[in-house]
Design a protein. Structure first.
Length: 290
């Protein structure tokens, strides 16, 4: 795949529009997945994906092959996700204390502790919606990290980049990257181990206790609303499988397992043809953000 990408890069830099379109098609899903794990909101992720791909296309002539093309693309994406004003302006100012408070004040007292601690489900439908809540909560948890630490964590513990490549993407020394990743990991593991009922059956919060209130607050659609789960019906493992798998792991690995047990967020739109078409040199770039 990397050899194919490098050939596409060479052809695209020489003005081959078809090669450029194929190149963008090859990277758009990875960029969208990164944007979803960083931003969580699908609309924000789609907008960020489009803006990042525009940057890749317009900056492609500056790629000199001093690093792998994948590394260069992720560096372009990382710089956008950390520095773009429209991304920073949408940050919620969430932290782990606020997130914990929100979780613990949103628990249904009518769900028995036995059900909550066992994390069992009573029907296939409940299992789907519990999985939706699990995925949503897992992803939202990372919003408690600032953008720089969030990105280091996503690259290292979720996307499993080698530390040397992640450091190159973030333009950090390997030692400084390890320090940033360690701090982010420590905070995520600490919170998950203390507050997530899947990782710790003694925690106050559990998906069965949280689900009724999440529905009342509109964070998860109510039964009978006709709205399908946004995440749980994709390629993520099901709720019961995750619960069973987590229990046999050590503390830190439980957190990594939870964070990785989310869908693959392929781009919902094929942006390649549209972007390549409107960004050709002989055309004035229109406003293509939706």
């Amino acid at each position: 795949m990397q050899t194919t990408l490098e050939h596409l890069v060479t052809a695209a830099q020489a003005g081959d529009q078809a090669a450029l379109e194929k190149l963008v098609q090859n990277i758009q899903d990875q960029i969208h997945h990164l944007a979803m794990r960083m931003l969580v909101n699908p609309d924000d992720a789609q907008e960020a994906t489009q803006e990042i791909l525009i940057l890749v296309i317009t900056k492609l002539s500056t790629f000199e092959g001093k690093s792998a093309f994948r590394t260069w693309v992720y560096r372009v994406a990382a710089n956008y996700l950390i520095t773009a004003k429209k991304v920073r302006d949408k940050e919620l100012g969430l932290n782990f204390d606020l997130f914990k408070q929100d979780l613990e004040t949103g628990l249904d007292p009518n769900v028995s502790p036995a059900i909550a601690s066992s994390q069992t489900t009573t029907s296939g439908e409940d299992s789907i919606w519990l999985n939706e809540l699990r995925i949503s909560c897992t992803m939202a948890m990372l919003l408690c990290l600032d953008l720089k630490h969030r990105l280091a964590y996503v690259l290292g513990d979720i996307l499993d980049f080698p530390q040397s490549e992640a450091a190159e993407i973030l333009e950090l020394s390997p030692a400084n990257y390890r320090k940033r990743l360690s701090r982010a990991r420590s905070e995520v593991v600490s919170f998950t181990s203390s507050n997530c009922g899947i990782a710790n059956t003694k925690a106050k919060c559990s998906c069965p206790r949280r689900l009724p209130v999440a529905r009342e607050l509109g964070r998860i659609p109510e039964k009978g609303s006709g709205i399908s789960p946004a995440f749980a019906l994709r390629d993520a493992p099901n709720y019961n499988t995750v619960v069973e798998d987590i229990q046999v792991l050590e503390e830190e690995l439980r957190t990594i397992k939870l964070q990785r047990a989310t869908p693959t967020f392929a781009s919902p739109q094929d942006l390649a043809k549209k972007l390549v078409s409107v960004l050709t040199p002989d055309k004035q770039r229109p406003n293509i953000t939706h």
